[in-house]
Design a protein around this ligand. Structure first.
Ligand code: FES
Length: 185
C-alpha cells in the first residue's frame, strides 16, 4: 500500500526540476512547499517532514518557513480559504460588516472552518487591491473585488457548487494628469 504522505514519481520529477533552478535546496523550498500544500491541502507535521526529507533539509527549517508566510497553512483548513481584507481602505468600504455577515452565514468565527470542511474564514491584511475594495481572496489565488453582501452570498453558493469565480480584470484608476496632458496637445 502507498504511504499516506508521499510524492508520486511525477511530482518528484517536478521537484527535481524546481531544485535545478535554484542554487541551494533551501532556495527551492518555497515552491516545493506550495506544491505540497496544493496536493495535501495544508502543511501538517507529516507533510513538513516529507518536504524536509525530499529536499534534505532540517524539518525545523521547513517549519520555520511554512509558519512565516500566511500563504502557507500549517493548520487544517477548508477546501476554500476565504481571506477577507479588513485593512483601512476595505474597512472604510464595509469589510468589517462583510466579515460579520460571512461568519453568520457560515456559522463560524474568524479563523475557523465550517464543520463540512468546505470553508475557512479569515480576516487578512491589505491584499494590494485597495482601489477595488472590499476585496476577498480565495485559496491564495483568485481575487473577488468590490464585494457586497449580495455578491458574497452569491459567491458562497457558487463555491458550494464547486465553481470558482471567473478572473476579473480590474482597470487601474484613471490618472487625471495624463488626460490633461493629452487634451493640451
Ligand atoms: S486595504 Fe484592502 S486591499 Fe488594500
Amino acid at each position: 500500500m502507498e504511504p499516506e504522505y508521499a510524492f508520486t514519481a511525477e511530482e518528484l520529477a517536478r521537484i527535481a526540476e524546481i531544485r535545478r533552478r535554484y542554487p541551494t535546496a533551501r532556495a527551492a523550498l518555497m515552491p516545493v512547499l506550495w506544491m505540497a500544500q496544493e496536493k495535501f491541502g495544508w502543511l501538517s507535521r507529516e507533510v513538513i517532514e516529507l518536504v524536509a526529507q525530499t529536499l534534505s533539509l532540517n524539518p525545523a527549517e521547513v517549519y520555520g518557513v511554512a509558519t512565516f508566510y500566511t500563504m502557507y497553512h500549517t493548520q487544517a483548513c477548508g477546501r476554500y480559504v476565504l481571506d477577507l481584507c479588513t485593512c483601512l481602505s476595505c474597512q472604510v468600504l464595509g469589510a468589517e460588516d462583510l466579515l460579520r455577515h460571512l461568519e453568520e452565514r457560515l456559522g463560524v468565527r474568524d479563523g475557523q472552518t465550517t464543520p463540512d470542511g468546505l470553508f475557512t474564514v479569515r480576516h487578512t491584511e491589505c491584499l494590494g487591491a485597495c482601489g477595488s475594495g472590499p476585496v476577498l481572496m480565495i485559496n491564495n489565488r483568485r481575487y473577488v473585488h468590490r464585494l457586497s453582501q449580495e455578491r458574497l452570498d452569491q459567491l458562497i453558493e457558487e463555491l458550494r457548487q464547486g465553481r470558482m469565480p471567473e478572473f476579473a480584470s480590474i482597470p487601474l484608476p484613471e490618472r487625471p494628469w495624463e488626460q490633461e496632458a493629452s487634451s493640451d496637445s
